[in-house]
Write a protein that binds this ligand. Structure first.
Ligand SMILES: Nc1ncnc2c1ncn2[C@@H]1O[C@H](COP(=O)(O)OP(=O)(O)OP(=O)(O)O)[C@@H](O)[C@H]1O
Ligand SMILES: [Mg+2]
Length: 267
């Protein structure tokens, strides 16, 4: 469903700050794959997401989504198919608008209102309420509350809902629980799992949490230096211990990890 062919991205080419962030990368993501992505700081994980989402054009290579070559498609056209969450819960929601207004915006932007005049119908309102109820945060009774007054966890739950209210073809999660306290992070992860499963959404999730990477989804990629150095799935992934994964990372990266603790953080 997503195919990346020979993708490369160099920042500041020809200068002293030249950085090859993605290096001749190839990847085939199957329909319904839930892939977790590990790698130390600067490995190129967010750059890969930026390239897929169209934040910039790649220098080389092709990106094909659902059979369509999107390599040169502008980001606003890709955003119809691609949902994205960031580490910062403040990104992706408008603080001075209410919960309902934020949801309405996301819904209408995806072009799926049941009202032909692009307004929110009574039916849409009830659907928003029902979706909010599933978050189990009481937000369904606070639909007129300004989003800026919500907690980080509540706000990230809302962002997740907004990104998936019209299920995207592809969901990109960039350390979306990393800035939350452990309880909120666990809650958001559980919701993510439920929403992804319910919609059979194809999903890529960057995390620094080794344990989470192995227990979430069906496949794990390890990146180093703009390349995929490990691609784990099936039985091999099932039976892999964290120690073994770290060992294989060191072999694959041909370097010591700057900080094993980052990869091993335990929530
Ligand atoms: N817009 C940019 N301009 C210049 N260099 C960039 C830009 N974006 C990323 N880079 C560089 O590309 C490399 C990869 O960065 P990227 O953000 O993809 O890493 P990452 O794997 O997401 O790391 P982290 O785990 O710290 O988020 C880094 O060396 C970074 O400094
Ligand atoms: Mg990053």
């Amino acid at each position: 469903m997503l195919e990346i062919q020979n993708l490369s991205k160099v920042f500041n080419p020809g200068t002293i700050n030249e950085k090859k962030a993605i290096s001749h990368m190839n990847l085939v993501v199957n329909d319904g794959d839930f892939i977790t992505i590990l790698g130390s700081n600067g490995a190129g994980k967010s750059t890969l997401f930026n390239a897929i989402a169209g934040v910039f054009l790649a220098d080389e290579g092709k990106i094909i989504l659902d059979g369509e070559n999107i390599t040169f498609l502008p980001d606003y056209r890709r955003s119809k198919y691609i949902g994205r969450l960031f580490q910062d819960p403040l990104k992706g929601t408008a603080p001075h608008m209410t919960i309902e207004e934020n949801l309405a915006l996301a819904y209408l932007r995806a072009g799926h209102s049941t009202d032909s005049f692009s307004r929110i119908s009574k039916k849409d309102h009830e659907m928003f309420k029902e979706k909010l109820r599933l978050l189990e945060m009481g937000l369904e009774d606070r639909m007129n509350t300004q989003v800026g007054t919500l907690s980080g966890g509540q706000r990230q739950a809302l962002t997740l809902l907004m990104a998936t209210i019209v299920p995207p073809k592809l969901l990109l999660l960039d350390e979306h629980t990393a800035a939350l306290d452990p309880a909120a992070a666990e809650k958001i992860m559980k919701l993510t799992d439920e929403i992804v499963k319910a919609n059979h959404t194809t999903c890529l999730m960057i995390t620094h949490n080794l344990h989470q990477a192995l227990k979430t989804g069906n496949r794990t990629l390890m990146m180093a230096d703009g390349r995929i150095i490990l691609d784990l799935k099936g039985e091999e992934r099932e039976s892999l211990t964290m120690e073994e994964l770290l060992k294989r990372f060191r072999e694959g990266a041909k370097e010591e990890l700057d900080d094993d603790r980052i990869l091993l953080s335990d929530h």
